[in-house]
Ligand binder design. Structure first.
Ligand SMILES: NC(=O)C1=CN([C@@H]2O[C@H](COP(=O)(O)OP(=O)(O)OC[C@H]3O[C@@H](n4cnc5c(N)ncnc54)[C@H](OP(=O)(O)O)[C@@H]3O)[C@@H](O)[C@H]2O)C=CC1
Ligand SMILES: CC(C)=CCC[C@@H](C)[C@H]1CC=C2C3=C(CC[C@@]21C)[C@@]1(C)CC[C@H](O)C(C)(C)[C@@H]1CC3
Length: 614
């Protein structure tokens, strides 16, 4: 390994996955493809580690010394750390000693005397080979596994058993059964949150295999997506929209309207202002040693926005401007999303390695620009990705829908919006308000956890969502459709929403606090990161029950538009493609994160989105 930081045979300190504990390890080799070092612990346990999880012994000692010095200077800053799954605070057990653990050093901010004691306790790790399980044991009904996992969830201070899975060279961490107590269940919510977030950092220096066909695919998408939005926006005004009846391109100057740009900017700044107000709960996401705080005041923002818009209408503002200047508003938003993407790319060049997303850190300019390099770009505490995903476009979606209802009344000379328009408005309003009400759930989604913030999300949040998700309402303005299947629409919507909400809440609650007594009936699979996977309940039916619910809702949004044209059905077709692709991206990401535990989950829960079909 000539040009590598660590050479085979080097004695170094290796971080234990999912924790902040470092152990003395010997480097065995390096795999250039996966960019992982194979290291061996003193007892013979082998693991694969990223470069940033390894440190030379000297720099480790310097770091530990300087930390304990600064800690002894500022005792007020000490805090008890319970987030690591490998961390234990219990008395030593004769069954739980390991040579590897003897070298363990806690790197957290504890004074050295206490640190030594903690060290010993942290060393209570048992390393034993996993038995190859018979297929029957892999079954989700395996009570033993369930019990073990429940213990794991409910004990922040339980001992950890490290099992080596010989065939794959991977490891599972499991708490031991007999260590039952309910400390974690009693812990304060903030503490629980920290604990359940104890996964290894998602950000890393290395990149993952390229999605979307790499540079070329990203370039094609970057050109295709705005062109497609333009196509839809022009199509929806056609009397008879169809793939064979293409719209004519308007003169270039019609795209540009400074007033429309002004409105877009005012809307974004207004949303940004509301986002910064100190209202709502503060949520914490732990990422590569950083504490990221999020203020979840989405619902409040929605209510204030609605009140301000209502007041403006009362004062004589004409919301139908949005319908009549739709093209200009779309191009203005596109311009803003482009500028934002360039800003994001430029600032990502100075982002630290641990602040970059795995997916957009390939070194290929176009691909990285598209996917986004920085995971959670922030201006001070202002999180750009979280804000863009949850505020201007999402709330703008409802504003546009209301404008379409008013435009329909104006165009069709109606005293009230049509039933079809009301249903589309109400269904989508519920979807958006639900998203804002459960805003903290977004912190466990792929976008926040794994994807960088670049063109894809900037364009998606600011252009795609507000200007294409409103297509059904926009279509109804000039294509009235008498509603004959009201009850069917309502039933489909309720079923979809129920599945969507229940499954998302189940996963979110589990990720926030695996020891939640309301989830104690669920079966889980432990993984080497310390996090577990739900294998019963909604997540035992299919691997993405939330996508299933979302798709069923999408059906309910198109039904009120009737069957005269394909255009209002475009959303469900697009959404199916998006979610199938998203599902495979997530499958790959989870396989990388959880290794054999993920394969086991997939063997147990065979279908991805639609039970019995896919
Ligand atoms: N309207 C729209 O345009 C869109 C809506 N959505 C909706 O947004 C929501 C979020 O979607 P998305 O972020 O894609 O995906 P998910 O919310 O499904 O998040 C996927 C993550 O959940 C965790 N996970 C997966 N399986 C399990 C399991 N068995 N037990 C516990 N955790 C598990 C994994 O992360 P980890 O283990 O690290 O926690 C995985 O990476 C969905 O409801 C989706 O329908 C999504 C895209 C577009
Ligand atoms: C084609 C293209 C540019 C794709 C970009 C994808 C984005 C449009 C979507 C990625 C994930 C999203 C989510 C929502 C909106 C669409 C995007 C941004 C979401 C905010 C909608 C409301 C839901 O309740 C939600 C909060 C679960 C959801 C989160 C994911």
């Amino acid at each position: 390994m000539p040009s590598l930081k660590y050479q085979a045979g080097d004695k170094v300190m290796g971080r234990w996955p999912g924790s902040s504990l470092y152990y003395e390890v010997k480097v065995l080799g390096y795999d250039a493809k996966s960019r992982l070092y194979t290291v061996i612990y003193k007892d013979g346990t082998e693991l694969e580690l990223k470069e940033q999880d390894i440190m030379s012994v000297t720099s480790f000692q310097q770091r530990t010394r300087s930390r304990s010095r600064s800690n002894s200077r500022s005792p007020g800053r000490r805090r008890s750390r319970s987030r690591s799954p490998a961390r234990t605070t219990r008395r030593s057990s004769s069954r739980t000693t390991a040579a590897a653990a003897a070298a363990a050093v806690a790197t957290d901010s504890t004074p050295s005397s206490r640190g030594d004691k903690k060290l010993k306790q942290a060393a209570e790790i048992k390393i034993s080979p996993i038995q190859e399980k018979k297929p029957a044991e892999n079954n989700s009904n395996n009570k033993h596994e369930k019990k073990e996992e429940n213990n794991m969830a409910s004990k922040a201070d339980a001992k950890v058993e490290v099992d080596s899975e010989k065939n794959l060279g991977r490891y599972n961490l499991r708490r031991r059964k007999e260590d039952g107590d309910s400390k974690a269940a009693e812990a304060k919510p903030e503490e629980r949150e920290e604990r359940s977030s104890a996964a290894p950092p998602a950000a890393a220096a290395a990149s993952t295999p390229l999605d979307f066909g790499g540079n070329i695919g990203a370039l094609v998408l970057m050109l295709f997506l705005p062109a497609w939005v333009l196509f839809l926006v022009l199509q929806v005004n056609q009397k008879d929209p169809s793939l064979t009846n293409l719209p004519t391109l308007p003169p270039l100057e019609t795209f540009w309207d400074p007033q429309a740009l002004g409105f877009v900017i005012i809307w974004i700044f207004f949303q940004a202002l509301l986002y910064t107000l100190p209202v709502g709960k503060v949520r914490v996401l732990l990422r590569s040693g950083r504490r990221l705080t999020y203020r979840t005041n989405g619902f409040f923002t929605f209510v204030v926005s609605a009140a301000v818009v209502a007041a403006a209408v009362y004062q004589g503002a004409d919301l139908t401007y949005i319908h009549s200047h739709f093209l200009q508003l779309t191009s203005a938003s596109f311009l803003v999303s482009m500028l934002l993407s360039v800003y994001l790319y430029v600032r990502s060049r100075s982002a630290g390695l641990d602040e970059r997303a795995l997916g957009g850190n390939s070194g290929k300019v176009i691909y990285d620009f598209f996917k986004g390099r920085e995971l959670n770009p922030r201006i001070k505490e202002f999180d750009l990705k979280f804000f863009c995903e949850m505020r201007p476009g999402l709330i703008g979606w409802c504003l546009i829908n209301v404008a379409m209802a008013l435009a329909e009344m104006k165009q069709q000379k109606l005293d009230a919006p049509s039933y079809s328009m009301i249903l589309v408005n109400v269904f989508q309003l519920i979807y958006v308000v639900d998203g804002l009400w459960n805003e903290e759930a977004i912190l466990t989604t792929m976008d926040l956890m794994d994807d960088g913030f670049g063109y894809m999300l900037a364009f998606g949040d600011l252009v795609w969502v507000p200007f294409t998700y409103t297509l059904q309402a926009n279509y109804l303005v000039s294509h009235p459709n008498p509603l004959i299947v009201m009850t069917v629409c309502l039933c489909v919507s309720v079923v979809g929403f129920y599945i969507f909400r229940k499954s998302n809440s189940e996963k979110n609650a589990f990720r926030r606090n695996p020891a939640d007594p309301r989830l104690s009936h669920l079966k889980t699979i432990p993984t080497a990161t310390g996090k577990s996977l739900l294998v019963s309940g909604w997540w035992g039916v299919v691997r993405h029950p939330n996508y299933l619910g979302d798709l069923i809702m999408a059906l309910a949004w198109s039904l009120p538009c009737g069957f005269s044209h394909l255009l209002p059905w475009y959303y469900i077709i697009y959404f199916l493609i998006l979610l199938v692709h998203r599902d495979s991206r997530d499958m790959n990401a989870c396989r990388r994160k959880y290794g054999s535990a993920w394969d086991k989950y997939c063997r147990t829960v065979r279908y991805r989105i639609i039970p019995g079909v896919y």
